[in-house]
Design a binder for this molecule. Structure first.
Ligand SMILES: [Zn+2]
Length: 133
């Protein structure tokens, strides 16, 4: 059941192939009807490398609107197979997602923030990103 007044937030790629599966996954995962969607090509790489800086700032501004105005209940960072904006192999992209997670968790320590990988069959897989120790 998705609560009709709950929002969550996704920081994702522009790629049209991943939007529906990611939305469906997050509606279920956070029990939220609405998924505020912030997109940038290869966003996991942009945040992991903190470059370009202006883009990172722009992403953070949009995230803040979702979190503050919509009281978003959870957030996800997404990377995916065959990404035009981040054409690195999955292992590197995974590192980018984990770095982006670390950065966003510093900004929003109270919030549950998860990493997602969308594979070659456009299936959504949640990364194990638990902090060791
Ligand atoms: Zn992409």
């Amino acid at each position: 059941m998705q609560s009709s007044d709950r929002f969550c937030t996704v920081v994702s790629c522009i790629d049209g192939r991943i939007q529906l599966p990611v939305n469906r996954y997050l509606q279920e995962r956070f029990g939220a009807m609405y998924v505020d969607t912030i997109t940038e090509a290869g966003v996991n790489k942009v945040i992991a490398e903190q470059a370009p800086e202006t883009l990172v700032e722009s992403i953070l501004k949009k995230v803040a609107i979702s979190v503050n105005a919509h009281r978003s209940c959870g957030m996800a960072v997404v990377g995916h197979h065959d990404c035009a904006g981040n054409p690195n192999p999955p292992e590197i992209q995974r590192e980018h997602i984990l770095k982006a997670l670390e950065f966003l968790r510093q900004q929003y320590p109270q919030m549950e923030i998860i990493g997602l990988w969308v594979n070659e069959n456009w299936q959504v897989q949640e990364l194990d990103s638990r902090v060791e120790g």
